[in-house]
Ligand binder design. Sequence first.
Ligand code: C2E
Ligand code: CA
Ligand code: CA
Ligand code: CA
Length: 276
Amino acid sequence: AKQSMKAQKYALYSNSCENQPLMMRMFNDLNKAIANNEFFLLYQPKHSVLNGELRGSEALIRWRHPEFDVLSPDRFIPIVEEFGMMNTLGRWIIREACSQIREWMDNGNICRISINLSARQFQMDNIVDIVKEEIERARIEPGLLGLEITESMAMDIEKSMNTLSNLHQLGVLISIDDFGTGYSSLNYLKRLPIHELKIDRSFIRDIEEGEGDKAIVTAIVALAHNLRLKVVAEGVETAGQLQVLKQIGCDEAQGYYFNKPLTPGEFELCFKAVNA
Ligand code: C2E
Ligand code: CA
Ligand code: CA
Ligand code: CA
């Protein structure tokens, strides 16, 4: 019986269902999770494609649930959003990343951290104020903070322009995440104040085989460079993939070939390698 309870709860975490008592349980778990320090951020380095140098990092959230080990964000972010709790968790993520930037700075290591913004979070009326407050609270350069939003969030120009120009004014950097997977009117690219495109992992996976994905990535890099945007490849897992990206002229790469998402302590070893 215990086993099937657990299976049911897993089902709940992976998609919303009609089971009210379990929904309430989930709600309570989430409410307690911040206070109990159950969320934590891992940091995945971004590297120069040309020479592998450390260029920055991306914060990726995890939930150390008291019963279900460590949950990945795909399992709980949608539910957090559904319950209208992204307000609280979103603020926590921004604060945590800013104070990590500050901590690394205090240790003599300047490193940008990019945060993933959820759709709801990006749409909040006060998102710019929140980002500003947390930057000031941590006393960091705004340029050391990056925000990753998806194509679909950016594409509705009427809605996103205001927020993005205010964030741009503030000095934080904006990346378009999972680029290439969304519905594409590319018009928004030249109109919005963005800095970087992150090419989705699905285009990188088979980049060595066949010409299809390679052609697409080549075109994305050319487009981005024409618009003076930096290009980052996600999910680079092999030396062969990196080699192709180098040929194509992609700027930066992230992926298991270099590093998996790291704890702050593990990340410090990357600084040591850089400073050595
Ligand atoms: P994403 O922004 O596209 O992040 C990349 C995902 O790919 C991460 O999964 C990362 O661990 C994984 N990854 C990195 N390198 C490789 C690789 O070489 N191979 C493969 N197969 N995977 C790789 P993760 O951490 O489970 O995050 C999943 C998604 O959850 C993220 O996708 C992002 O959309 C969302 N997410 C993560 N952290 C946050 C957060 O703090 N806030 C919000 N709103 N969303 C978050
Ligand atoms: Ca991302
Ligand atoms: Ca991504
Ligand atoms: Ca992706």
